[in-house]
Design a protein around this ligand. Structure first.
Ligand code: G1P
Length: 298
């Protein structure tokens, strides 16, 4: 039996981050900062603000950096305290109190589906959310909270999807929409990273999922797929044969921080939202744009 409320979240953070080398040679890509906060912290905060109490981070390399970040640092705290930096001190303590955070190692990287499968023992027979770190949701977007509410209403898995331009569909999992029940749309099939011709729609899977625990059996029965990896997209396809899976459609509020241009965009946009940086940073941006225009490189 599924339970009514989702308390747990799983955050896969075991990728190699090859797109951000050399920054990710010794530092996990999830620890790269946007403005002054690691992307992983934004994702943890998003989960917590949606009501998640327990977070399992699936780690590969660089486990210690991630663990240290979400733990107390007595040495740093003592230094900040001695310097009278109380705001910073409170902020550092707050990170360690965000949620009950646990870690598991993926071992051999065999794909996203496999990574999520390693959460089985920790999650047990409960529904749970999955948040992919490459997709950062704006703090005010409320998407995960909406998905959790949808799960509670429908008692079924919910996958976040967004319409993308045709030339981008091959970067994502793609859904075929199924029957609608009122405003709720089911998913009838999924294809991982299809070509434009193979894509059953222009709706792409974004990195937020809420699963019933039956996804674990589906993952175990999923053979390696695209790239010879166990794909979560294929596992969801198997789950659909057993129970309905719904699409949560959204349009705005997502940054793709797995891509350099969007990573830069996220940095600029989030810096402009910071009251202590906005005015000065805006002037810097105008200065750069003016200079670029003058030199004809616009
Ligand atoms: C993964 C999933 C894909 C999904 C995407 C969202 O791909 O396999 O289905 O659309 O995340 O960001 P990745 O970007 O890790 O290759």
């Amino acid at each position: 039996m599924t339970s009514a409320r989702v308390r747990k979240a799983v955050i896969p953070a075991a990728g190699l981050g090859t797109r951000f080398l050399p920054a990710t040679k010794a530092v996990p890509k999830e620890m790269l900062p946007v403005v002054d906060k690691p992307t992983l912290q934004y994702v943890v905060e998003e989960a917590v603000s949606a009501g998640i109490e327990d977070i399992l981070i699936i780690v590969g390399r660089g486990k210690t950096t991630i663990e240290d970040h979400f733990d107390r640092s007595f040495e740093l705290e003592a230094t900040l305290e001695a310097a009278g930096k109380t705001t910073e001190l409170e902020a550092m303590r707050a990170i360690a109190e965000l949620a009950d955070i646990h870690y598991v190692r993926q071992g051999t990287p065999r794909g996203l589906g496999h990574a999520i499968g390693t959460a089985r023992r920790h999650v047990g027979n409960e529904p749970f959310a999955v948040l992919l770190g490459d997709d950062m949701m704006h703090a005010k977007s409320g998407h995960l909270a909406n998905m959790l509410a949808m799960y509670e209403r429908l008692q079924s898995s919910v996958i976040a999807v967004r319409k993308v331009p045709a030339n981008e569909i091959s970067l994502y999992g793609c859904i075929a929409p199924g029957d609608s029940q009122g405003d709720d749309i089911t998913i009838s099939a999924l294809v991982e990273k299809p070509s434009v011709d193979e894509a059953p729609s222009d709706m792409a899977v974004m990195g937020r999922y809420v699963f019933t625990p039956e996804i674990f059996d589906a993952i175990e029965n999923t053979p390696p797929g695209r790239g010879n990896e166990i794909q979560i997209t294929d596992a969801i396809g198997l789950l659909i044969a057993k129970q309905p899976v719904y699409a949560y459609k959204f349009e705005t509020g997502r940054f793709d921080v797995g891509n350099k241009i969007d990573f830069l965009r996220a940095t600029v946009e989030l810096a402009l939202e910071r009251p202590e940086l906005a005015d000065e940073f805006r002037s810097v941006l105008y200065e750069i744009v003016d200079r670029e225009r003058e030199t004809g490189r616009n």
